[in-house]
Write a protein that binds this ligand. Sequence first.
Ligand code: MN
Ligand code: MN
Length: 330
Amino acid sequence: MPTFFPQPIDASLVPRFAGLPTFMRLPAVTNFEDVDIGLVGVPWDGGTTNRAGARHGPREIRNMSSLMRKVHHVSNIAPYDLVRVGDVGDAPVNPIDLLDSLAQIEGFYAKIHRAGCIPISAGGDHLVTLPIFRGIAKHRPVGMVHFDAHSDTNDTYFGNNPYTHGTPFRRAIEEGLLDPKRTVQIGIRGSVYSAEDLDFAKAVGIRVIHMEEFAALGVEATLREVRKTVSDGPTYVSFDVDALDPAFAPGTGTPEIGGLTTLEAQHLVRGLQGLNLVGADVVEVAPPFDVGGNTALVGATLMFELLCVVADAQARQRTIREESPAEVEQ
Ligand code: MN
Ligand code: MN
């Protein structure tokens, strides 16, 4: 058990609008070994094919995360008492060089992973999840719970370009970083380029839950599908904010109407408690399209929801490790 657990600045002593805007008002940490969970920004949107702006996501999410408090009001999870959490800063990026950015982001996450730290990240566009996987999943593929209006399993864009925010999970599967049979996508909808757009996802065994199926199943039955699909292996959660209806999250590059409500998303994320969670992200918050900071608030709140279930999972892993070290798989 660690002896020191970093805590957010006490809002009863220092008002929320004061001080440095770190994620959740936690200490800024430079040594990844000092925390069990690192909150990370990836201010990069070089994979965006249409409306750019997600590079500004981490800063605005940090700002709005000052509204988060310390204890979850439904699960009673108090993440900062369970594990050591800190803001480990932003991954290094190069706004004018895609391949250099992918390499730098991967290197940053590889260091985080080697330190035994679990990343919860704020994007950035959805291509950032690929270098995150390259940093943390090379030794074994992860399963994934993926919230999104889009499958992000297209092959190439603009000729033969393999790297856009519409392709990260095709690449991750090809590279052996993501196990498609332990992957579930929730909220898929909207017009597509062709009727064959989802053929790859289905052929490799991804469980695709279109928005229409989610509406028919409801939250609980969807969560049963999620648990059946990812089982108890190491699982990553990737939350593209465009899974939500643009009424709730207008500040994003590729909005699609007919999406999740924020309350449905919260119920779904809370239902991930008990899974073997090894990382998470919230991506595609694009402040230039936002209204009054609302989408950044949604992003910050989802990050807190994810932090609670990941912290709970990490605390359970620690208990297993202390009792029978051989069983831990990360
Ligand atoms: Mn996406
Ligand atoms: Mn999307």
